[in-house]
Design a protein around this ligand. Structure first.
Ligand SMILES: O=C(O)c1cc(=O)[nH]c(=O)n1[C@@H]1O[C@H](COP(=O)(O)O)[C@@H](O)[C@H]1O
Length: 235
């Protein structure tokens, strides 16, 4: 049991800026951060990202994964969007994470630096799917391996499933920011997510933030769904 405060990030996965704005309004004040990712940015463009982010805390989830020079330059290109959080893939390797971290430090004022979050093993992968990619030994071991790599090279935190939280806290302590998607309230459909936990379980296991998309955006009443999840984080 932990007395940590766990916040809610709402993943607004849509191509439609009007829909995203409606959801962003509905999840306020239950979710203190909105997440915009590949679907929204590719379809609606970065101007729409900037408009939606105005006056809100933005988790810009582009999961950068390329050679170090390209990723570093891309991080610099995102500075005008003033995100609160940015994602890269830890599996891009030490030099890539270090380039992202250096670019983040260069491109953003000290007071406006986004948290650099390294995605470890996607929550849609189970051990068998991971083995297909050539990674033997299971998701937990790989998450711990990539966590060490990412934190050593300047990441502030990690994206992982809630199932790895206790092992990560044991290994790396309280300071890394741990962000967990793959969250499903009891009874909700898992969909493509494989390593799932409920909001309450994630909080008790040590999450700083949970990321929730479809259980909110697919609900008949997204505001009520967000309120119920936020309540589970404080009960
Ligand atoms: O980086 C992420 O946010 C992320 C990492 C991961 O391992 N799994 C994962 O689901 N996500 C994102 O978290 C959100 C989860 O959405 P739902 O499955 O609809 O709750 C999506 O926007 C994903 O892109």
């Amino acid at each position: 049991m932990t007395d940590r405060q766990t916040g809610l990030i709402a993943a607004l996965d849509t191509r439609d800026p009007t829909q995203a704005e409606r959801w962003a309004h509905a999840v306020t004040p239950h979710a203190s951060v909105i997440k915009l990712g590949l679907e929204f940015a590719y379809a609606a463009g970065f101007g729409a990202v900037a408009r939606l982010a105005a006056g809100r805390a933005l988790f810009l989830d582009l999961k950068l994964h390329d050679i170090p020079n390209t990723v570093g330059a891309a991080v610099g290109s995102l500075a005008s969007l003033k995100p609160a959080m940015l994602t890269i893939h830890a599996s891009g390797g030490s030099a890539m994470v270090a380039a992202a971290s250096a670019a983040r430090n260069d491109a953003f004022a000290t007071t406006a630096r986004p948290l650099l979050l390294a995605v470890t093993v996607l929550t849609s992968l189970d051990d068998a799917a991971l083995a297909e990619t050539g990674v033997a030994g299971g998701a937990r071991a790989q998450v711990l391996r990539l966590a060490e790599l990412a934190l050593r090279n300047g990441a502030d935190g990690l994206v992982c499933s809630a199932r790895e939280l206790e092992a990560l806290r044991r290994e790396f302590g309280e300071s890394p920011v741990l962000v967990t998607p793959g969250i499903r309230p009891a009874g909700a459909a898992a969909g493509d997510q494989k390593r799932v936990m409920t909001p309450g379980e994630a909080r008790r296991a040590g999450a700083d933030w949970i990321v929730v998309g479809r259980p909110i955006t697919g609900a008949d009443d997204p505001a009520a769904a967000a309120a119920a999840i936020a309540a589970e984080l404080t009960s």
